[in-house]
Design a protein around this ligand. Structure first.
Ligand code: PHE
Length: 448
């Protein structure tokens, strides 16, 4: 049977960008940038993304497109050694646990879409917003929404790679971009635009330290979905005549652009109303809704914002769920017959459903689900970002940069000579030498 592929170049790019642009860009990037040097952080993030993340992404693409299988199989096929399958398994595992906490937050956006439709945030005080959020987190509703979110993922994936993933991404990514642009345009007319843009974008080089560089690297890795099996699985769906180098550069560019737009959409309101700048759930679910609701056409703006959040989250989450679906449906057998996609999805739904219910419960106040002094949620976030993703990234670079024959890698990256090898040489060199060293340094630093 022919392997699934993305049908068009644009579809492939939309799917890749959909995976990359997620909650990480929208609620984390603007805040970290604002607090850590503004445009100085942005410049650092761009340099690191091009010099480190793009070569890692290319290595993952090569493993997938050359290996023509799920992440586990692609590692084995590309290396010719069974042992590398373990590395693939490890990245798959990292992905599945990331998804269990990601689905919880994505589920919150469903509640807030519902709230935006049923009440107006404009008249609510910060204290009321904050208790609305705490009451919600402490109720059983997050569990319900998380499960609804997982079901939505399963439905999309049950249509397959090109009819499910590609078709949804082709609609959702442009829609997400337009919504973001619309909110930025409205923000531009707010009295706090200049101050907000300045907080986010004025270069403050004095704030940049060694730690900032490590943060930029971590953020770049997470936001470009590296080290979590996604780019290998998606790489295996990219047609042989599509340029991997330009795909990687376009996806990176789009991710940076969306992160910058998210900052310009968010901070002007924060500064117009003189509220404290926060990150994460506090910003997205407590601070922003009433501010957006006070804009012209306020209710619509807050509704659109949560739809945007849902699109960003779901195009990322289904990329991760697809890695598991591809693995199970291609590798597992029952009575000698391969498990189909639907059974694979059902299995994943049950496993992810159970783990994410625990993640949701661990968010409630007084929860006893504490691992090493942290909520289960924070614990998973930390071990994946600091340890598992960098390890996956190093492994991909070592395989492609050191172990696979150079001609094989070059053939893959130039599509058998169809595209110029100039940039390929540059990125190959980076993947071979610079990336493993820098990422290893980041990993060691994460341990301290
Ligand atoms: N790039 C995603 C983001 O920024 C990371 C991610 C991908 C998370 C897939 C979960 C699933 O949100």
């Amino acid at each position: 049977m022919a392997r699934n592929t993305f049908n068009s170049k644009f579809g492939a790019i939309a799917a890749l960008a959909g995976s990359a642009v997620g909650l990480g860009n929208i609620w984390k990037f603007p805040y970290i940038a604002g607090e850590n040097g503004g445009a100085a952080f942005l410049i650092l993030y761009i340099i690191i993304s091009v010099l480190i993340s793009v070569p890692v992404m290319l290595s993952e693409f090569v493993i997938g497109r050359r290996g023509q299988g799920n992440t586990y199989r692609s590692y084995i096929n590309s290396s010719g050694k069974r042992g590398w399958g373990l590395v693939g398994g490890f990245s798959l595992f990292a992905g599945v646990i990331i998804l269990s906490f990601y689905s919880v937050i994505a589920g919150w956006s469903l509640e807030y879409i519902y709230l935006s439709l049923t009440r107006s945030f404009a008249a609510m005080t910060p204290a009321e917003m904050s208790s609305l959020f705490t009451d919600f987190v402490n109720s059983n509703r997050p569990i319900l929404w998380t499960l609804v979110f997982l079901v939505l993922n399963c439905i999309i994936l049950s249509f397959g790679v090109s009819k499910g993933i590609e078709r949804c991404s082709k609609f959702m990514i442009p829609a997400l971009f337009l919504i973001l642009l619309f909110i930025v345009i409205i923000s531009f007319f707010l009295p706090g635009f200049k101050e907000g843009a300045e907080f986010f974008l004025r270069p403050k080089w004095s704030e940049v330290t060694g730690q900032t560089v490590i943060m930029a690297l971590g953020q770049s890795f997470f936001s470009l979905s590296l080290g979590m099996a996604i780019m290998i699985t998606y790489g295996s769906y990219i047609k042989k005549d599509q340029s991997l180098v330009s795909s990687a550069l376009i996806v990176t560019g789009a991710t940076v652009l969306m992160a910058v737009l998210a900052g310009l959409a968010i901070f002007p309101s924060v500064f117009t109303h003189h509220v404290a700048v926060t990150a994460g759930p506090g910003l997205v679910f407590v601070t922003l809704p009433p501010l957006f609701a006070q804009m012209p056409a306020g209710n619509i703006v807050s509704l659109l914002f949560f739809i945007l959040l849902l699109f960003a989250a779901i195009t990322s989450s289904f990329s991760l769920m697809e890695t598991g679906t591809a693995y199970i449906s291609e590798e597992w057998k029952i009575k000698g017959k391969p498990v189909g996609r639907i059974s694979a999805l059902l299995f994943l739904f049950v496993v992810l459903g159970i783990v994410s219910v625990f993640c949701a419960l661990s968010q409630q106040s007084g929860s006893s689900l504490i691992v090493m002094g942290k909520t289960l949620f924070d614990f998973i976030d930390e071990i994946t970002a600091n340890y598992m993703l960098p390890l996956g990234g190093i492994a991909a670079c070592l395989l492609v940069g050191q172990l696979m024959p150079r001609e094989v890698v070059f053939n893959e990256l130039t599509s058998e000579g169809k595209f110029s090898a100039t940039w390929v040489r540059f990125f190959y060199w980076l993947a071979r030498y610079l990336c493993p060293i820098v990422i290893f340094y980041m990993f060691i630093n994460g341990i301290n």
